[in-house]
Design a protein around this ligand. Structure first.
Ligand SMILES: C[S@@+](CC[C@H](N)C(=O)[O-])C[C@H]1O[C@@H](n2cnc3c(N)ncnc32)[C@H](O)[C@@H]1O
Length: 189
């Protein structure tokens, strides 16, 4: 191996949630190894955030992502299959960001003041999440376009979370970023 952790030359930009199992830091090594192989088609089993799939796809490989998690399937559709321009998603994103939050399922289970005592997100953000998540299901979109909006929503929540990258645990106090208000932006395309 010749790539180093600080060597980002030739490593495509990828997006993903803050996830302890992500291979983001290993991408230089993975790519270096694969570059030496005479392959065109790659199966990214256990694709998780799809960062590996994203990087290899951008490098021109034909990538198939596979994972048991539904969120990973959503990421896969967003990053590997969506082909529409930003302008297609912009009206949806604008409407979603303008919605009034409300106390729904996410707030009841994951809002900072929930009776269950979980603190992965502050309540002003789970209220927005409840409104946006419901509205996305009301749009008449195919799975890939829906995945773009869902991935945008997941990433936006990730930027205001109160964890260290593992959603089974969260910080006892509030992280500075958890006070920010989430806003989604168009991605994947
Ligand atoms: C460490 S993560 C993968 C990290 C990924 N390469 C990345 O960079 O984000 C492991 C993944 O394996 C998936 N997984 C676990 N058991 C699985 C199974 N039986 N079949 C497919 N995926 C599975 C999990 O859902 C999880 O996303």
């Amino acid at each position: 191996m010749t790539a180093g952790l600080s060597d980002t030359a030739g490593i495509p930009h990828t997006e993903g949630i803050n996830y302890t199992g992500s291979k983001l830091r290993l991408l230089p090594y993975i790519i270096e190894e694969i570059r030496n192989l005479d392959v065109k088609d790659i199966l990214d089993g256990f694709s998780g955030t799809t960062r590996v799939s994203q990087a290899l796809s951008q490098l021109g490989y034909d990538v198939t992502a596979n994972d048991i998690s539904e969120w990973s399937e959503v990421f896969g559709h967003c990053y590997l299959l969506s082909a529409k321009p930003d302008s297609f998603y912009r009206p949806f994103i604008e409407e979603l960001n303008s919605l009034e939050g409300y106390d729904g399922w996410f707030t009841g289970h994951y809002g900072g003041d929930s009776p269950l005592g979980k603190r992965p997100f502050q309540i002003h953000n789970t209220r927005k999440l409840d409104a946006i998540r419901d509205r996305i299901d009301e749009y008449d979109l195919d799975f890939t376009d829906r995945s773009v909006l869902l991935t945008s929503l997941i990433l936006s929540l990730d930027s205001v979370d109160n964890t260290l990258g593992h959603f089974a645990s969260y910080l006892a106090g509030w992280s500075a970023r958890s006070y920010n208000t989430t806003a989604i932006k168009s991605i994947c395309s």
